[in-house]
Design a protein around this ligand. Sequence first.
Ligand SMILES: Cc1cc2nc3c(=O)[nH]c(=O)nc-3n(C[C@H](O)[C@H](O)[C@H](O)COP(=O)(O)OP(=O)(O)OC[C@H]3O[C@@H](n4cnc5c(N)ncnc54)[C@H](O)[C@@H]3O)c2cc1C
Length: 377
Amino acid sequence: MKRLILMGAGHAHLIALKQWITTPLDDVELVLVTPSRWQYYSGMIPGWIAGHYTIDQCRVDAEPVAKAAGAKLVLSSVVEILADDKKIRLADGDLLDYSWLSIDIGARTNLENLRGFTGSLLSIKPLGQFHQQWSRLNEASDGRVQHLVVVGGGAAGAELAMAMAHVGAGGAEADARVSLITGNQGLLPDFSQRLRKLTRRKLAKLDVDIVEERAEAAGRYLTLTNGTSLDPDLVMAVTGSEAFPFLATSGLAVDAQGFVLVNECHQSLSHPDVFAAGDACSRLDQAVKRSGVHAVRAAPVLADNLRAAIASGKLRAFQPRTNTLYLIACGDKVAVGSYGPFSFSGKWVWRLKDKIDRGFVDGFNGRSNDAGIRVGA
Ligand SMILES: Cc1cc2nc3c(=O)[nH]c(=O)nc-3n(C[C@H](O)[C@H](O)[C@H](O)COP(=O)(O)OP(=O)(O)OC[C@H]3O[C@@H](n4cnc5c(N)ncnc54)[C@H](O)[C@@H]3O)c2cc1C
C-alpha cells in the first residue's frame, strides 16, 4: 500500500488530520512522525509564563488526533530526508519509505549571535524543551536570577519579556530585572509605529529596559554594538527562526536560508511527491511571513492537495491574506494588537486573544466525540 508520511505535528498537519477524521483518505497508509505527543501552541506560552494558563491548556495531544484520523503515530524525530530515494531516516537510524511526504516541522531558534555563550541560555524553540527548562528554573528559583535578558525585538520577544517581568513583579522570579535587547532594527520592526508605541508603553509599565542594540556572546557576557558589556544571570533567546540544517542536504530545492522551496500549491519545486507548510517552507511566488496564522490558513489547502496528489487529481493554490490579525499579550490580562493599518490595546484585546487561542487548542482537546476532538470546530 502507498504511504503518506506527515513529518511534524505542526499547525497545518493537526488541522489536516482533523479534516481527515470526517473525510478519510482512501487507499493510503497514513503515518505521523513527531518527537512528542505534545504540540505546544506558541501563542499561549507567554500566558502560561504569566500564570494565566496551565501547560495542558497550551498544548494539543497529537495521539488521539492521529488515532481518530487513522494515522500511525511514530514518536521520533526525522534526522534526514533522502528525497531522491523517497525515504526518511529517524533518530534511531530506521529508514521509512514514503510515496508522499508532507513537511510541517517549523523552524528552530536562530542562535547565530549567541553561539559560544557560556552563561545560562534558554531558547524559545523547541517549545517542549523550553517548557521543561522554565519549569525547572521556577521550581529551583531562590532569587538567583537577578537580571534576565530577553534577546529579540519581535512580537514573541516583547511578549515573553512582558510575561517574565509580570511574574517578576510577584511570582517565582520576584525582583528580577528584565531587559529586552531588540537588535539594531529596534522594537517590532515589522509593525506600525503606533503598535510600537503602545507596546513600548506596556514594557515601560513593567519596568522592562529596552535596549535597541545588537547583542553578541563573549564568554559569559553579552557585548552590545555600543560597546557595553552585560553580565546577565539568564539569557532568553527569541532571535528569530532558522531552517533545520538537514533540509538543505535532503536533495529538496531550498532557498538561500535552507527553507524548503514550494510553489503556490505548497508542493516542492524539485520533488512533486513532497509538500511543505508553515515555518519550514518558503514560497517561490511571494514572501510569506513565518507565523502560525499562515500555517493554520494553509492547512485546508494542504489537506486537499495531499488528497489530490494521492488520487492524481488537480492541486489548488493557497493565497495568504495580505492583512492578518496580530495580538501581543502584555503580561497582565491586557494585550495590544494590529490589523493592517489599525492598532489597538486593552483588556478586550486580551479577551479576544484568549478566545482565539483557547478555541484552537480546545478544538483538538475538546470532549465532543469519543476521540476528544471537536470535529469541524
Ligand atoms: C512565544 C511565541 C509566540 C508566538 N505567537 C504567535 C501568534 O500569536 N500568532 C502567530 O501567528 N504566530 C506566533 N508565533 C509564531 C509561531 O510559533 C510559528 O510561526 C508557528 O509555530 C509555525 O507553525 P508550524 O506549524 O510551521 O511549526 P511548529 O508549530 O513549530 O510545529 C512544528 C512541529 O514539528 C515537530 N518537529 C520539529 N522537528 C521535527 C523533526 N525533525 N521530525 C519530526 N517532527 C519535528 C515539532 O515537534 C512540532 O510538533 C509565536 C512564536 C513564539 C516563539
